[in-house]
Design a binder for this molecule. Structure first.
Ligand SMILES: Nc1ncnc2c1ncn2[C@@H]1O[C@H](COP(=O)(O)OP(=O)(O)OP(=O)(O)O)[C@@H](O)[C@H]1O
Ligand SMILES: [Mg+2]
Length: 1024
C-alpha cells in the first residue's frame, strides 16, 4: 500500500499528512505544484482540500465515478468522489448518519462541490425506476433553487444568496430514497437593490430573456432587462459567463421533473413578473407633500392583475399607512421615501416568501413517506465568507454564519480531538489554534452580543436609528479585541473607517460593515394593510405564503437576525448528531481566471480555515478511533481468540486482536474507552483483511446453509417421492384390477360367443362373431394368394364367413387375373392364345404336354437364310409361316431322314436341301395323329386320291406342340389332330397300310419292328 501511495504521489504529495515539514511554505508549494498540474484535490487525512480551477476538468465523468466506487479512501488519488464514496460506505457499514461540510469563501467552489457529490450518489447508488425519479427530483431541485436563490456578485457569477442544507435519505440497502432541504436566510435585499457589477436573482433575467413571446405578453413584460429598475442597478444585466436563455430552459424542464403543475408554474412566474412591475412603479408628491403614483398606472394594474389583488387597495397600501386609533381606522399618507420603502418591502416579502414556498414544494416532491428507518448524508452548502467594498446587514449575517461553521469545525476537529485525547488518557502535545468562539460570542451572546443590541434598538420606542445602534455597540463593545469603530479606533485605523461603520475582525479577516439599513433590514416590516391584502390574493402561492404569516398577531415577529441565529443553532444541533466529513474549498484568485494561483490569497485562506492546525493535529494524532465494543464487534472474526465470541472485557479483546493482527506499538494506543490508530494504512490493512475474511466466512456460512437447505430439500423430495410412489402404485393396482375384471368379462363373453357361434346373431355371440370376422379378415388380408395359379393359400374361413370367403376369393382371383391380363404384352397374348390352343388339343391327352407348357413358342425354328434359295425361289408365291427341322421316317424302310419342314399358308413342304421332297396341301391333309406318350412322332394322314401323293407322312419333331399348334392355326386343322393310344395306322400307298406302334421304355428310340411297323419307344412319363 505504501508503495502504491508513493507511486501516485508523483505530483506533489496527495496527503498533506505525509509532508516532510509542516510549514506554510511547504503546504503552499505542494498545493501550487498540484494545482499547476490540474490536481485540485489534496487530503489532510480524511479532510479534502479543493482549489477552484475556474475551468472544466475532465475528472467528473462516469468512468471516474466507477473508478472510485467502493474503493478504499487512500487507494486512489484524492477526489471528491472518494470522500463521497467513503461517507456512503461508512454509513452503510456503521448504520449511522453523516454530513459533509463544504466551506470556503464566496466563489471557492462549494456549490459546485455539493453538486458533484449529489451527481455521484445519483450515479453510484443502486437504481430502480422509482428511485431514479427521486434522484431526478433531487438533481433537478438544484437548477430551480439556483435560479431563485443565486445571483451574480462581484465575487462569484453564481453566488449562493441563501444557505442550503440538504438531507439525502438512504434505506438500509443504500438506495437513495428521498431528500429534504432546509434553507437559510435568503438575501432578499437583492430583489430591490444590487451593487454595481452585481445582478438580481438569475430567475428575473431568465424570464425576460428566455420566456416565449406569449408568456411575456401574458405577464405584461417586455423582452428587455434595461426596462426594469430592479434589474438595472448593477448595470450588468447581461453577462457573458451566464446563458440566461439556456438556464431558462433548464429551469422549465426541472419544474416539470419536480412535478410543478401548470397552475403552480403560472402563479410562480406571475409573482416573478409582479416583482419586476412593482419595481417600475414610481411615486411623486402632490402640492401637500402627499405621495401619488406617477402618471403611469399600468404597472400597478399589472401587479394587481398578476397577484390577484384589488388595484385600488394595492395603490392605497403603497401610498397610505393605516393607523388604528381605538376602533377607527385612519389612513395616513406616505412620503415618497415611505412609499418606496413600502413598495420594496412588498417586493422583498413576496419574493422571500415565494422562495420558502418553493423549497417546501420541492421537499414535498422529494419526500419519502415510508416510515422505515433511513440513514442520512447531509450536504451543507452555505453562502461563503464575503467582503465587499460596502458590506451591509446581509454580509454581517453571511459572515456570522461562516463564523458559526468555523466554530463547529473547530469543535468537531481541533478542540474535540484534543479533548478526547485528554479524556482517554492518551499522551498528547497540545496544538495551538485560534478559536473563533470569541467572535461568535461577540455577535450572538445574549444581551451582550451585536444581534441582541441590534434587536434592542429595533424594539426600543423612540427614534432609534442605525447610528444610535452604532453608538450602543460602541458603548457595549468598546474593549473587544475583535470590534472597532471610527470612534474606538486608533489614529491609523480611523483613516480606514467611516463614521457610520463598524469593523469586525473575523476569523477570515477584517470586514467593515456600514450600519445604514441595519435596523430596517433586521425589522423587515411589511405594512399591515399590504399584508392583509396579500392574504386575499387570487394567486394561490401568495395567498398561501401570507396566510401563514399570521397578520392578526399583535406580537411583534422575531427580528431577522434573531431568526437567523436560532436557525443556525438548530443547524448546529442537526450537524453535531452526525459524523462529519469536511471539504475546504479554496479560491485560487479573485479574477475568476483559470491557471492563476494567487499565493497571498490562498495563504490567507489556508490560515483562516485553520488548515495548518488541522494538519498538525492530524500528524500528531490518530487517524482513527473507535470504542472498543464497536471495534471488536467488527473485526473479531480476524482472530481465533475473539471469534465468534469474546467473553471478557472489550479492551482486553481488542488488545489480543491487534496483537494477533501484528500492530506495532507505535501504530496504536489504547485509551480508556477507545482504541486509537495512528495511520489510515493500518486501519485499511485491517479492513482489507476483514473484507477477505468476511468473504471466507460468508462462503463457509453459505456452504453450511446450502448443505442444510439441500438436506432439507432432499428429505422433502424423498418424502414426496415415497408419497407419489404409493399413490402411483395404488393407481396402478386399481387399473390392474379393472383390467382383470374387464378381461374376465371379455373371456366369459368370448366363451359364450364361442358356444353359441352357430346360432343366429344374438347378444351372446354378436361380439364373438364380430371378433371372429375381424380376425379372419385380418388374417386373410395378410395371407392372400400371390398368383392366380396359387389355389392352396386361401385361408379356410370360419363357419359364419364361408359364403363371404368364397365371394372374396372369387373377387380376389378375378382381380389377380385382371391385373395379370392387363399386365401382359400383345406378343405374350398371342403366345398364350397359341398355348391355349395347344392346351385344348393336348391337355390331359399326351404325356409330354405338361413339360411343354413352360417352353415358349418361337416364330420359326429355321431362319430364312438357312433355307435353300432354290426352294425359296420355288415357293416364292407362298408366304412362309413357319419352318422347323424334322426327321422323316421312310414309309417302308422306316429310316430316319433329317428334313426341313416349311409351312406356308396353303401347304406344308418337306425339304431336303434344295429339293422339295413332298408338298402336302392342307386341303389334302385329312388328319394328324400323335401318340399319348411322351414321344415326338407326328403322323400326317394325307388323302391318297392323288397318285402323286406318297402316302402318310411320319415325322419326328422336337417342337411337336409348337409345330402342331402353328399348323392347326395356319391350316385351320385344330379338329384334325388326334391323340391316339397304342398305335396309329398309316397308309403307305393308296391301299397299303402299316402302323406306327407306341410303347414306353427306359430309353426313347425309334426303329422298325419285326412286323414292319415303326416302333416308337417313349421314355416313361414322370409321375404327373
Ligand atoms: N470543481 C470545479 N471545476 C470547475 N470550475 C469550478 C469548480 N468549482 C468551482 N468552479 C467555478 O467557480 C465558480 C464558483 O463556484 P461556486 O458557485 O461553487 O462557489 P461557492 O463557493 O458556492 O460561492 P458562494 O459562496 O458565492 O455561493 C463556479 O461557477 C465555476 O465556474
Ligand atoms: Mg454557492
Amino acid at each position: 500500500m505504501e508503495g502504491a501511495l508513493t507511486a501516485r504521489d508523483r505530483v506533489g504529495i496527495q496527503d498533506f499528512v505525509l509532508l516532510d515539514e509542516t510549514t506554510d511554505a511547504a503546504f503552499l508549494s505542494n498545493l501550487k505544484k498540484r494545482f499547476s498540474n490540474d490536481l485540485i484535490y489534496t487530503y489532510i487525512g480524511t479532510l479534502l482540500v479543493s482549489v477552484n480551477p475556474y475551468k472544466e476538468l475532465d475528472i467528473y465523468n462516469k468512468k471516474q465515478m466507477d473508478i472510485y466506487m467502493g474503493v478504499n479512501f487512500f487507494e486512489l488519488p484524492p477526489h471528491i468522489y472518494a470522500l463521497a464514496d467513503n461517507a456512503y460506505h461508512t454509513m452503510l457499514t456503521e448504520f449511522n448518519n453523516h454530513f459533509i461540510l463544504i466551506s470556503g469563501e464566496s466563489g471557492a467552489g462549494k456549490t459546485e462541490a455539493s453538486k458533484k457529490i449529489l451527481q455521484y450518489y445519483a450515479v453510484s447508488c443502486p437504481s430502480t425506476t422509482l428511485l431514479n425519479t427521486v434522484r431526478d427530483k433531487m438533481l433537478m431541485s438544484n437548477p430551480v433553487l439556483e435560479a431563485f436563490g443565486n445571483a451574480k456578485t462581484l465575487k462569484n457569477d453564481n453566488s449562493s444568496r441563501f444557505g442550503k442544507y440538504m438531507d439525502i435519505q438512504f434505506n438500509s440497502e443504500g438506495d437513495a430514497v428521498g431528500g429534504h432541504i432546509l434553507n437559510y436566510l435568503l438575501e432578499k435585499s437583492r430583489v430591490v437593490h444590487q451593487n454595481h457589477g452585481e445582478r438580481n436573482f438569475h430567475i428575473f433575467y431568465q424570464l425576460v430573456v428566455g420566456a416565449s413571446d406569449d408568456l411575456l405578453h401574458q405577464l405584461g413584460l417586455e423582452r428587455d432587462c434595461q426596462h426594469y429598475t430592479y434589474l438595472t442597478q448593477g448595470e450588468c444585466a447581461i453577462v457573458s459567463s451566464i446563458n440566461d436563455n439556456n438556464d431558462w430552459k433548464t429551469v422549465k424542464n426541472a419544474l416539470q421533473v419536480i412535478e410543478f403543475d401548470e397552475i403552480d408554474t403560472n402563479h410562480l412566474f406571475g409573482i416573478v413578473a409582479s416583482v419586476l412591475h412593482l419595481g417600475n412603479i414610481q411615486f411623486e408628491c402632490d402640492s401637500k407633500g402627499h405621495v401619488l403614483l406617477s402618471n403611469n398606472n399600468a404597472e400597478l394594474r399589472w401587479v394587481s392583475n398578476l397577484l390577484g389583488v384589488d388595484a385600488h387597495t394595492l395603490q392605497e397600501g403603497l401610498t397610505f399607512r393605516k393607523l388604528e386609533a381605538k376602533k377607527d381606522q385612519v389612513l395616513s399618507p406616505f412620503t415618497i421615501d415611505h412609499a418606496i420603502y413600502a413598495r420594496d418591502a412588498l417586493a422583498k416579502a413576496i419574493y422571500g416568501q415565494t422562495f420558502t414556498w418553493l423549497v417546501n414544494k420541492i421537499n414535498e416532491s422529494m419526500e419519502n413517506k415510508d416510515p422505515s428507518r433511513k440513514m442520512i448524508i447531509g450536504l451543507l452548502d452555505i453562502y461563503g465568507f464575503e467582503v465587499f467594498y460596502v458590506n451591509s446587514f446581509e454580509q454581517f449575517c453571511i459572515n456570522y454564519c461562516n463564523e458559526k461553521l468555523q466554530q463547529l469545525f473547530i469543535q468537531l476537529t481541533l478542540k474535540a480531538e484534543q479533548e478526547e485525547y485528554e479524556a482517554e488518557n492518551i499522551e498528547w502535545e497540545p496544538v495551538q489554534f485560534f478559536n473563533n468562539k470569541i467572535i461568535c460570542d461577540l455577535i450572538e451572546e445574549r444581551h451582550r452580543g451585536i444581534i441582541s443590541i441590534l434587536d434592542e434598538e429595533c424594539l426600543r420606542p423612540g427614534d432609534a436609528t442605525d447610528l444610535t445602534f452604532l453608538e450602543r455597540l460602541e458603548e457595549k463593545m468598546g474593549n473587544h479585541p475583535h470590534f472597532v469603530t471610527h470612534k474606538l479606533a486608533d489614529k491609523m485605523t480611523r483613516k480606514t473607517l467611516e463614521r457610520g461603520d463598524f469593523r469586525l475582525l473575523h476569523y477570515a479577516g477584517e470586514v467593515t460593515y456600514c450600519v445604514v439599513g441595519f435596523l430596517d433590514k433586521n425589522n423587515d416590516l411589511l405594512y399591515r394593510n399590504i399584508k392583509d391584502l396579500m392574504c386575499h390574493s387570487k394567486n394561490a402561492i401568495v395567498r398561501e405564503c401570507f396566510s401563514t404569516m399570521d397578520p392578526d398577531s399583535r406580537k411583534r415577529p422575531e427580528t431577522v437576525a434573531t431568526q437567523f441565529k436560532s436557525s443556525l443553532l438548530k443547524l448546529t444541533e442537526i450537524l453535531v448528531a452526525k459524523e462529519a466529513w469536511y471539504i475546504r474549498c479554496l479560491k485560487s484568485n479573485e479574477s475568476k481566471q483559470s491557471g492563476q494561483f494567487d499565493e497571498a490569497l490562498i495563504r490567507h485562506q489556508v490560515k483562516y480555515l485553520g488548515l495548518m492546525e488541522h494538519l498538525r493535529v492530524r500528524r500528531a494524532g490518530f487517524a482513527y478511533r473507535r470504542k472498543y465494543e464497536i471495534f471488536l464487534k467488527r473485526y473479531k472474526p480476524l482472530c481465533p481468540a475473539t471469534w465468534p465470541h469474546w467473553r471478557g472485557e472489550p479492551a482486553d479483546g481488542v488488545e489480543i486482536l491487534v496483537q494477533h493482527l501484528g500492530y506495532l506499538p507505535h501504530e496504536y494506543k489504547m485509551g480508556r474507552t477507545k482504541i486509537f490508530i495512528r495511520h489510515p494504512r493500518t486501519l485499511y490493512a485491517t479492513e482489507d483483511a476483514y473484507e477477505k475474511c468476511k468473504h471466507e466466512l460468508a462462503t463457509r456460512l453459505q456452504a453450511k446453509y446450502k448443505g442444510y437447505k439441500a438436506k432439507g430439500e432432499f428429505r422433502k423430495q424423498k418424502e414426496a417421492a415415497t408419497k407419489i410412489e404409493t399413490c402411483w402404485r395404488g393407481v396402478q393396482a386399481r387399473k390392474e384390477k379393472e383390467r382383470r375384471a374387464w378381461a374376465v368379462k371379455v373371456i366369459k363373453q368370448f366363451i359364450k360367443g364361442y358356444m353359441t357361434r352357430g346360432q343366429a346373431k344374438c347378444t351372446d355371440n354378436s361380439e364373438y362373431l364380430a371378433f371372429v370376422r375381424q380376425n379372419y379378415l385380418n388374417r386373410l388380408k395378410d395371407n392372400l394368394p400371390k398368383t392366380v395359379l396359387d389355389k392352396t393359400t386361401w385361408q379356410s374361413p370360419p363357419h359364419v364367413l364361408k359364403e363371404t370367403s368364397e365371394m372374396l376369393r372369387k373377387i380376389h382371383y378375378r382381380l389377380m387375373v385382371r391385373k395379370y391380363v392387363r399386365g401382359i404384352t400383345p406378343q405374350r397374348k398371342a403366345q398364350l392364345q397359341l398355348k391355349l390352343i395347344t392346351s385344348s388339343i393336348f391337355k390331359g391327352k399326351k404325356d409330354s404336354y405338361p413339360q411343354s407348357v413352360a417352353q415358349p413358342f418361337e416364330n420359326t425354328r429355321i431362319n430364312e437364310q438357312d433355307i435353300n434359295a432354290r426352294v425359296l425361289q420355288m415357293i416364292r408365291n407362298e408366304h412362309i409361316k413357319y419352318s422347323v427341322p424334322v426327321i422323316k421316317y421312310d414309309r417302308n424302310g422306316c429310316k430316319p431322314r433329317p428334313r426341313q419342314l416349311i409351312l406356308t399358308q396353303t401347304a406344308a413342304y418337306v425339304l431336303e436341301e434344295a429339293k422339295i421332297k413332298q408338298r402336302v396341301l392342307y386341303t389334302s391333309l385329312k388328319g394328324i395323329s400323335v401318340s399319348n406318350l411322351s414321344d415326338s412322332i407326328i403322323v400326317f394322314h394325307i388323302t391318297c386320291e392323288d397318285p402323286k401323293q406318297k402316302g402318310d407322312l411320319v415325322i419326328q419333331c422336337d417342337y411337336l406342340y409348337e409345330f402342331l399348334t402353328k399348323l392347326s392355326v395356319i391350316a385351320n386343322k385344330q379338329n384334325a389332330i388326334k391323340v391316339v393310344q397304342g398305335s396309329i395306322k398309316i397308309e403307305i400307298q393308296a391301299g397299303k397300310e402299316s402302323a406306327v406302334d407306341f410303347t414306353t421304355g427306359q430309353e426313347p428310340m425309334v426303329y422298325k419292328a419285326k412286323n414292319g411297323h415303326l416302333m416308337v419307344v417313349a421314355s416313361r412319363a414322370r409321375t404327373r
